[in-house]
Design a protein around this ligand. Structure first.
Ligand SMILES: NC(=O)c1ccc[n+]([C@@H]2O[C@H](COP(=O)([O-])OP(=O)(O)OC[C@H]3O[C@@H](n4cnc5c(N)ncnc54)[C@H](O)[C@@H]3O)[C@@H](O)[C@H]2O)c1
Length: 344
């Protein structure tokens, strides 16, 4: 499969590394062309990744018109995404883009529909659901050991100084980071969001222009609640990039630090004032095909092209994660609870 890379910045380097070195992908993708608005960035990228044959462009139109490719990998900032995805789909290419899938809900819907009409795939890189912890928890909750899921609670506190587009972006935490956690909550619980109330703030001392912190409560489709507390300008001890989670069910709970510490417990013995509980195993997965982060997303995308099915993180599915983000933003702006299923 021949790929055109659009956007040759920090994240594109991780994609190229996966394409060239990860066992799931080696030999499956040839990067034949690069586009970056900054020519020097594209040239440096070609050198760094040994892409001596790749054609280099500064404009997506030129690249689509002059190089035959099967797919476009869009790794640009969110505000230019719609233009690139739209043009690529119209030119008959399958598209795998970074998250978020668009800068707003109207664009997201338009692109998902365009992909269907074009009979091309538009898949979104929700790589954090392709990590061992999230996958194991999804399978464990699905097994019913904790009973019905009643609560999903996530904390994300990291003081990250990226520089670049994020510093100027509106709703930076919700749009650029929380989308991962919201998508993971959907995946692990198997539930979509029905309603949200959210407060968004740019705390004193924040080095971002807007919305570095948010606190949201989602009512999920299955009746459980997902609470989220997040900050991207939190100094001091950090949580994992995958957040720290506590999930409650009718029979017990699960606590995950977002890294390797994953423990589950179920109630045991008589219903005394503080009932005893016992630890239960959260089984390891039998395969690592779906736990290799970006490489697993890319593999799922290639598999979907080959099979003609939609990938798990297809744009149509991703509309549900986007709706959580934009429902939270709308709630923060209006001070009201937003009905996600009706308003989106
Ligand atoms: N999934 C993840 O874990 C993860 C992690 C980091 C970033 N991202 C996402 O990846 C995307 C890119 O982030 P980044 O950190 O690589 O940004 P970056 O600023 O390092 O790189 C973006 C590149 O896109 C180029 N660009 C900008 N406008 C363009 C246009 N119109 N046409 C062609 N090129 C253009 C820039 O010149 C730059 O080289 C964002 O959507 C971000 O949210 C995802």
């Amino acid at each position: 499969m021949r790929a055109l890379f659009v956007g040759c910045g920090a994240m594109a380097a991780a994609w190229a590394e996966a394409v060239h070195k990860n066992d799931l992908l080696v030999g499956r993708v040839k990067i034949v062309a690069l586009v970056d608005a900054n020519l020097a960035a594209a040239q440096a990228f070609a050198t760094a990744h040994g892409l001596t044959d790749a054609q280099i462009f500064t404009d997506i139109d030129d690249a689509l018109a002059n190089v035959e490719t099967d797919m476009v990998f869009d790794v640009t900032p969110p505000e230019v995404r719609a233009n690139i995805v739209r043009k690529s789909l119209k030119a008959g290419r399958h598209v795998l883009s970074e998250k978020p899938m668009a800068a707003n809900m109207d664009e997201a819907r338009e692109l998902a529909i365009l992909a269907q009409e074009s009979r091309r795939l538009f898949t979104v890189t929700q790589n954090r659901r392709y990590k061992p912890g999230v996958r194991r928890i999804g399978a464990f909750l699905d097994s019913g050991v904790l009973g019905d899921i009643t609560g999903i609670h996530a904390d994300f506190f990291i003081g990250a100084r990226f520089g670049g587009f994020r510093d100027q972006m509106d709703h930076v935490l919700l749009l650029d980071m929380a989308i991962h956690h919201f998508d993971a909550a959907r995946f692990m619980s198997g539930q979509d969001a029905a309603r949200v109330f959210c407060a968004e703030t740019n705390p004193q001392g924040s080095w971002y222009a807007h919305g570095a912190s948010a606190f949201a409560t989602f009512e999920m489709s299955g009746g459980s609640f997902f609470t989220y507390r997040g900050s991207w300008c939190a100094e001091g001890e950090r949580t994992s990039w995958d957040a720290a989670w506590r999930i409650t069910g009718t029979k017990g709970n699960l606590i995950w630090d977002g890294e390797d510490k994953l423990d589950a417990y179920i109630a045991d013995g008589d219903e005394t004032f503080l009932r005893d509980f016992k630890r239960v195993d959260v089984p390891e997965l039998s395969s690592d095909y779906q736990t290799q982060d970006h490489a697993s997303v890319l593999a799922a995308f290639l598999d979907a092209i080959a099979s003609g099915d939609r990938a798990e993180t297809d744009s149509v599915d991703n509309l549900h994660s986007m709706a959580m983000v934009f429902g939270a933003i709308q709630s923060a702006q209006t001070g009201k609870q937003i009905n996600i299923t009706q308003d989106f």
